[in-house]
Structures are given as structure tokens and as C-alpha cells.
Design a protein around this ligand. Sequence first.
Ligand code: PHE
Ligand code: FE
Length: 289
Amino acid sequence: MTEALHIHHSLPEGAAPDWTVPQDWAHYTADEHAVWDKLFARQTAQLQGRACAAFLRGVDVLRLSKAGIPDFNELSDRLMKLTGWQVVAVPGLVPDEVFFDHLAHRRFVAGNFIRRPDQLDYLQEPDVFHDVFGHVPLLADPVFADYMQAYGQGGLRSLQFGAIHKLARLYWYTVEFGLIEEAGALKLFGAGIVSSHGESIFALDDPSPNRIGFDLMRVMRTNYKIDDFQQGYFVIPSFEALLEATAETDFAPVYAALEGLDDLTPDDLLAEDRIFTRGTQRRSAATTG
Ligand code: PHE
Ligand code: FE
């Protein structure tokens, strides 16, 4: 369970044709369970008042506080009753069409390895803590659950348009790094933020990043960096609004319109942006000189 994550380009040995593998829960060591427990305690304490209500509710109804790395079968039973989703294990990152196909069938693919005790604060590849603690709580929310399935269907469709990179930005700025406005205050919902000890403070409190109102085209024009905290976050008004702007919109004309527009960088601001916070960009100035 401690092997490093590999990006597989062909079906790994022992994996099913849909790339899933058994989670093999019995093989986690006591030390591995202890890493989960430590991360879980630290993040749930930090996320009170910071994560959106649906996320905290999901942690609760899915009983993620039970000690140790969650057993995917048990978790899937609970999730299935709530929203019809399952959690399945994969050996690492899977090809895009495999990923989309699982989402389209309400199956969330999760890595089964957990980071080492010296990697609590940062790890580039998604482990079981990021995948399960970060992503799964919101799958207990019926509207977000529908959004994730629609995203999978949209992902399969994007392949026909050669638009996967544009669509990936939507995932990045919502599912991974999204903010939501709740009762007049900004809250966290993106999995990459809620599973990160540093970014779950930075994304809300730091003066460095921009925070901009969500707009579909704007998001799909904006590229992103994967190796540091974000320079810009997008704020959705509600999961219903996000679902409406995406699932109920035909992306074919959106993709066509995007062809004629230049990409934006993560720190760009446009005159038409609805700005919640104009960032100082102090962090990126400090790290990139
Ligand atoms: N409606 C999009 C399309 O026509 C699909 C989609 C739904 C994409 C939800 C993302 C999220 O392709
Ligand atoms: Fe993720």
C-alpha cells in the first residue's frame, strides 16, 4: 500500500478492464491508519466555519470520523443509499476516458495508497486522504452528486471536440479549487483546498490571490498551475447555479467560441470580472522572483 503513484498508460497487471483494483483494506498497516487519523483530526478542526455546510454534512453522514482509512465498500454502501454513488480503487491516475466513464456512471475513482508520515503537509499526487476526505463528502449532496456525473458525461463528449483541456479547467476551478458564497461569506468546497492544511487557510484569508465570481467562459479560458497555491479562485453562488450553468448548457457553441479567445493566466483580471478580492499576488512575486 505504500508504493509510489505511477501514471499508467496501459492497463496495469491485476486491474480489471475498467482499471479498478481491490482496495485491499486489510493490508493497511497501523501506521498508515494513523496517518489518516492525524490528517482527519487536523483538517476537521481547521475546516469548522471554513468549509461549506454541505461538505461538513457529508463528513458527518458518511461517518468519516470512524478511526482509520475508510473501507471503500462500507463507504459505498452509505453513499449508494444517499445519492447512488460508489467509491472504487484505482492504482494511480487513469486515462481521461476511463475517468470520465466512471464519473458518468456515478463511480468515484480513488487512489488506495496513503502518504508517508513525513508528507502530511504536501504531496503532489492524489492519495486516499485527498481523494476520500477531499472529494467524497460532497458526493453525499444530491446536487453536487449530479454535477459530478454530468461532468463525466461532458468529459466523454469533450473528446469529440478536442476540448478536454478547456473542460479540465472547469474541474480544476470548481471540483478541486472552488469557493462558494454562503450567507454572504466565502466558504471552501474544492477538494484540493479542503484536503490541504496550508491552502485551506490561504484560499480564504490570504491577501495574495484574486477571488472572482464564477463565469463559465471565464473559467474555461483560464489556465492553471499545479505546483503552488492558486493565484486566483472562482466563487460559485450555489451548487444549483453551477449545475445549471454547466449541465443545462450545450458546450458545443461554448467550445467554438473559446477557439477565438486567448487564454488567461491565473492572476489576470478582466474589466467584466465580478471581483470579491483583488489579490496582491505577493506570494507568487515572492516565489517566482
Ligand atoms: N453540458 C455540457 C456539454 O454539453 C456537459 C457538462 C455538464 C460539462 C456538466 C461539465 C459539467 O458538453
Ligand atoms: Fe482531486
